[in-house]
Write a protein that binds this ligand. Structure first.
Ligand SMILES: [Zn+2]
Length: 146
């Protein structure tokens, strides 16, 4: 049994026309589906998808047939969440790398000055006129850094 949308009488489930008021019961179903598809999705699903992309993806697949608007929201959220995660990962990798490089650079520079050299243009050279640049100490020191 189902309810007629027009007169609210109980009607057999397989009736296409309401026997009480003559309303087209298929039409009502279609317009409901249409309404569902045209509805604006809930932004909350996009945010959920963004925070937990795998959940957004699952909702997108499950809702794709009959909750298109919410499915689209969840899908957009999942996609941007995934892209965001990739971008953040790349930024962290690059940042970590350049921090390592600058720490390494500082350590090599310290080796250079400790062994009596001069640090210039990211290279260690013997100070002009100086006799006491300890190559062995410098090389030993640098070899500990990597
Ligand atoms: Zn009716």
């Amino acid at each position: 049994m189902k309810k007629c949308f027009n007169c609210h009488n109980q009607v057999e489930a397989d009736f296409n026309i309401c026997p009480y008021c003559g309303a087209d019961l298929n039409k009502e179903h279609q317009s409901l589906v249409q309404q569902n598809n045209n509805a604006k999705g809930n932004l909350g699903w996009a945010i959920l998808g963004f925070l937990i992309p795998i959940v957004g993806l699952i909702l997108f697949i499950v809702w794709n047939d009959n909750k298109k608007a919410d499915a689209k929201m969840a899908g957009i959220g999942a996609l941007s969440g995934t892209i965001g995660a990739i971008v953040i990962t790349i930024i962290i990798v690059i940042a970590t790398h350049s921090i390592n490089d600058s720490v390494k650079n500082d350590a090599i520079r310290a080796c250079c000055t400790d062994s009596g050299g001069v640090w210039k243009n990211s290279k260690c050279t013997k100070a002009p006129g100086s006799m006491d640049f300890d190559y062995d100490f410098y090389n030993d020191c640098v070899s500990y850094i990597d």
